[in-house]
Design a protein around this ligand. Structure first.
Ligand SMILES: Cc1cc2nc3c(=O)[nH]c(=O)nc-3n(C[C@H](O)[C@H](O)[C@H](O)COP(=O)(O)OP(=O)(O)OC[C@H]3O[C@@H](n4cnc5c(N)ncnc54)[C@H](O)[C@@H]3O)c2cc1C
Length: 472
């Protein structure tokens, strides 16, 4: 899990929990991911940056200089981000303040805002196998190749894994939400946020909008309760917020433009399994990425396989002598629609069987006979349980984007309605989503009068940002 370190400014999960008086015990992961790639390329992303670079250089010795230059450029961006106090980029007083304190860092970020990782990698690296490896590095963040991955996103992830490192909460990632909810329920915190601090799980909400004034005034829950508020924050995807929670015919122009520039990334087929522990060789890493023999399959449905084995780090998650495997691969909802219940179940078994066979062949001989429990989820499962349109992983640029320039921030064309989450700047991944949450909280605080604000500067900045997005 990114964002869980105890240093720097990008450890936003640690900071969010601390803000409600909570701290989770975490287990450091020594290897972010173990890549198993075409031409028997095996690369471990070690927590120690120098170990990772040494391993990568040993696979591509002729590209030593290019490797160092590319990843150093990522560090330049990461260090700039990490030196700033992260708040809303839609809030001009904060933005000018940061600019005067750290002009070089702000200019660095502005320079890289419209750039993508693949173009920068190509400045330094010629080897097609190494460029494909960098595609895989980006794909696990964004589900697209490096040429389509904004350089700022890539740098956040490619460096934070070495700076703060990947750290797992004891008991699993579900502990984060539970701990946050507990913190919010704490009386001291409740005093600050008032009666609305009720945390309501599993209750779907719809927006209540005064269409005449284009003002959002609250939410209506599926159980009939209505909550009125000056501010409504939606972390449903942009397609759900503007299309389902708000009727599609009322789509603001900005959202139409967003939906032209970005398409929904595919969803995933997920397999959760409980297996006998002895099927895993000793020293098996927690995370794996498998693409067996053809780089052109990287972005194809079912082409690459992601595998996480959380029990490698936290054995308390499974009974003694057993491991949990979470296997997933990209898959589109269209592939699962229009099937009868029987055909749907049969197809799930068939696709899961093929994926498990591939893992058995590449990583764990005897895997099939070691399975004690298996559950398969499809894009329909993602759609149902996460309420995400088509079960999407989030936005994916329709063409080659101008870095992050086209991504919307938190304010929307509807007064009182803000968006957060992975279809807002800076995109997918826990660390990026936490950043969007922090940005949104700051903008809302300014709009509610808890932070300094200037209406004139606000409208000038919002107009400028809107214009910049049209260039993307
Ligand atoms: C299989 C998989 C593996 C991943 N692995 C990693 C990883 O290792 N590291 C990493 O950094 N990122 C990872 N990610 C990405 C990361 O999980 C997402 O980017 C992040 O969770 C997105 O957060 P979000 O808040 O935008 O959306 P979500 O996590 O989808 O949260 C939105 C929430 O809003 C709720 N909701 C939606 N509509 C409504 C409504 N109308 N009323 C009430 N509630 C509603 C949903 O139920 C949901 O709980 C992974 C994603 C997937 C799918």
């Amino acid at each position: 899990m990114f964002g869980f370190s105890d240093k720097g400014n990008l450890n936003l999960i640690t900071q969010a929990l601390a803000a409600v008086g909570r701290k989770l015990e975490v287990i450091p992961d020594p290897t972010t991911v173990h890549f198993h790639l075409p031409n028997d390329l095996s690369v471990r992303i070690h927590r120690e940056y120098d170990d990772f670079i040494e391993e990568l250089v040993s696979k591509f010795p002729h590209e030593k200089e290019g490797i160092i230059k590319f990843y150093s450029e990522c560090w330049k961006i990461f260090n700039s981000l990490n030196s700033l106090e992260l708040k809303s980029l839609e809030e001009p007083i904060y933005l000018f303040g940061q600019f005067f304190k750290k002009p070089l860092e702000c200019l660095t970020l502005a320079y890289y805002l419209p750039q993508n990782a693949g173009s920068i990698a190509r400045k330094y690296i010629k080897d097609s196998g190494l460029l494909s490896f960098i595609d895989a590095e980006c794909f696990i963040v964004s589900t697209v190749n490096a040429l389509q991955t904004p350089m700022i996103n890539a740098s956040m992830v490619l460096c934070d894994r070495h700076f703060g490192g990947i750290n797992y909460p004891v008991g699993g990632v579900g502990e984060i939400a539970k701990s946050l909810a507990k913190g919010l329920d704490d009386t001291e915190v409740r005093y600050f946020i008032g009666q609305m601090s009720q945390v309501s799980f599993w209750t779907m909400a719809k927006l209540v909008i005064f269409y005449l004034s284009q003002h959002c005034v609250g939410v209506k829950l599926s159980d009939g309760r209505k909550f009125y508020a000056k501010t409504v924050v939606s972390n449903a995807t942009r397609w759900d917020t503007f299309g389902k929670l708000l009727k599609a015919e009322n789509l603001p122009k900005e959202e139409e433009n967003f939906q032209k520039a970005y398409v929904k990334a595919p969803s995933f087929l997920s397999i959760h399994m409980g297996v006998k522990a002895d099927v895993l060789p000793p020293d098996t890493d927690c995370h794996h990425f498998v693409l067996e023999d053809d780089w052109t399959n990287l972005e194809k449905p079912y082409g690459s396989i992601f595998l996480s084995i959380p029990t490698v780090l936290d054995s308390s998650l499974a009974p003694e002598g057993h491991h949990i495997l979470h296997i997933f691969t990209t898959s589109s909802i269209e592939d699962w629609e229009g099937l009868s219940r029987k055909d749907y179940e049969a197809k799930k078994e068939l696709v899961a069987e093929r994926i498990i066979s591939r893992l058995e062949k590449t990583l764990f001989p005897g895997l099939k006979s070691s399975i004690l429990f298996k559950e398969v989820g499809t894009p329909k499962t993602h759609r149902r349980y996460l309420a995400r349109d088509s079960g999407t992983y989030g936005p994916m640029p329709r063409g080659t984007p101008k870095g992050l320039l086209g991504m919307p921030f938190n304010t929307t064309a509807i007064d009182g309605l803000y968006c957060v989450g992975d279809s807002c700047f800076p995109g997918q991944g826990v660390i990026a989503v936490a950043f969007s949450g922090v940005m949104c909280a700051h903008r809302v605080a300014a709009d509610l009068g808890f932070e300094k604000k200037s209406d004139v500067l606000d409208s000038a900045l919002l107009r400028l940002l809107g214009w910049l997005r049209t260039l993307a």
